[in-house]
Design a protein around this ligand. Structure first.
Ligand SMILES: C[S@@+](CC[C@H](N)C(=O)[O-])C[C@H]1O[C@@H](n2cnc3c(N)ncnc32)[C@H](O)[C@@H]1O
Length: 213
């Protein structure tokens, strides 16, 4: 079993403004671990985490992929970008943490070249105006169906993925995951697989994988 990254440098003060790893984070880590043989055989050269928060997920991914890859993260929260960079240092992983909206600024440079993309988005069903109403609200407030942030990233995934590359996306039942599967298959011709599902309190959580064939 791969160890959870060392987050001992982070305090409750850091978690006032940045998402603290929770059940959803750990379901994503478990999914990457379960898929590790598949990920290794891809020999990823570029890995990207969108919405990196503490940096726990991208740091964990490095344990699977190793040093021969570039690790990029984005987060709309500038505090999260700083903390992701610190988590990289704490765990001796070189991360390029970018403070931006979704993947703004990565295209066209990274077109067809990202081998692994991960996203644990803000997925809670809220009012639209709650999205980005504060640094910490940006980590959970997902607007209508909890889908407003997730829906905006979907068209960029087939552009960014390398041939054979995969996108790991965490969703809950309220997000209507089957609708996302239909969009990714029919509009973007990506191959779908359910990697893991788990109940956390009243939330049914899923990790979906979409691959470019
Ligand atoms: C549920 S948290 C997940 C954090 C971390 N990846 C984890 O799994 O613990 C969602 C993250 O997405 C970020 N986020 C929200 N909207 C975003 C956007 N438009 N662009 C980039 N990041 C965003 C939040 O700031 C937050 O760090």
């Amino acid at each position: 079993m791969l160890p959870t990254p060392d987050l001992s440098h982070l305090t409750s003060k850091d978690y006032r403004n940045v998402y603290e790893p929770a059940e959803d984070t750990f379901l994503l880590l478990d999914s990457l671990e379960e898929d590790q043989e598949y990920i290794k055989q891809l020999k990823p050269k570029i890995c990207l985490e969108i919405g990196s928060g503490s940096g726990c997920v991208i740091t964990f991914l490095e344990q699977i992929v190793g040093k021969n890859s570039v690790y990029l993260t984005t987060d709309i929260n500038p505090e999260a970008a700083k903390i992701t960079q610190r988590t990289g240092k704490q765990n001796k992983v070189k991360i390029d943490a970018i403070n931006t909206d979704l993947v703004n600024g990565l295209l066209p440079r990274l077109e067809n070249s990202v081998d692994i993309i991960c996203f644990n988005p803000p997925y809670v069903v809220t009012e639209t105006e709650d999205i980005n109403s504060s640094l910490i609200a940006a980590s959970w407030a997902g607007g209508i169906n909890g889908r407003e942030v997730t829906d905006r990233i979907l068209p960029f995934i087939p552009k960014l993925l390398s041939p054979g590359g995969s996108f790991y996306l965490l969703l809950i039942q309220d997000n209507k995951p089957q609708e996302i599967v239909d969009i990714m298959e029919s509009q973007y011709n990506l191959k779908y697989q359910l990697v893991k599902k788990r109940r956390a309190g009243r939330e049914q959580q899923y990790v979906l994988k979409f691959s470019k064939i």
